[in-house]
Design a binder for this molecule. Sequence first.
Ligand code: DC
Length: 218
Amino acid sequence: MSYNIAIDGPAGAGKSTIAKIVAKEKGFIYVDTGAMYRAIAYHLLQNHVDVEDVERICEEAQKADVSIRYIDGEQVVLLNGENVNAYLRQEEVGNMASASSVHAKVREKMTELQRKLAAEQDVVMDGRDIGTVVLPNADLKIFLTASVEERAKRRFDELKAKGENPDLSAIEKDIAERDHRDMTREVAPLKQAEDAVLVDTTSMTIQEVADKIMSYIK
Ligand code: DC
């Protein structure tokens, strides 16, 4: 039986940073499920699908062939056989991922792929519905959060470090909107699983968060 760790939480809580550290320390595979939804979103944007056109979103999501490979320990997302990692982190793709992932047809396909990955190997999987829907029997469930202000500041610093000129209040607004959509959607909304450990990272360092999570692994 594989050992599965589920990390859920809102955008910018530090899930991927922490999940990568924990996966490395334990020798587990890190599965970034947001990247899978982003790959579908990228496919939709490439095909000029309107965010309101539910029928086309579901149709195109069925057509998109999303798969995962690991190259030098890094997750590579293949969309119709092509490595699309370089395009997935754009804000436009994130917003389309949040909007298109509300649809059950999109989620069913991704959930199936995620369960398969977790059944085959020890994983640290991060997302929104991992502890609640994808892996309800995960060995350890963490709900990672931080205040909207702190999450916006982290994103702001990240973009600044890349040489961009971000607008803090626009980022805050974007994060609040994304939270609202992810938490209020009908299918698999973002919420803390009953048996998840809540970790508020607002005033914690990355290492403190990682150490805390490591202390829960049996
Ligand atoms: O974690 P992220 O920012 O890469 O995720 C992008 C969007 O994908 C997020 O706003 C909601 C959706 N998502 C989801 O619905 N379920 C997941 N398990 C992961 C991401």
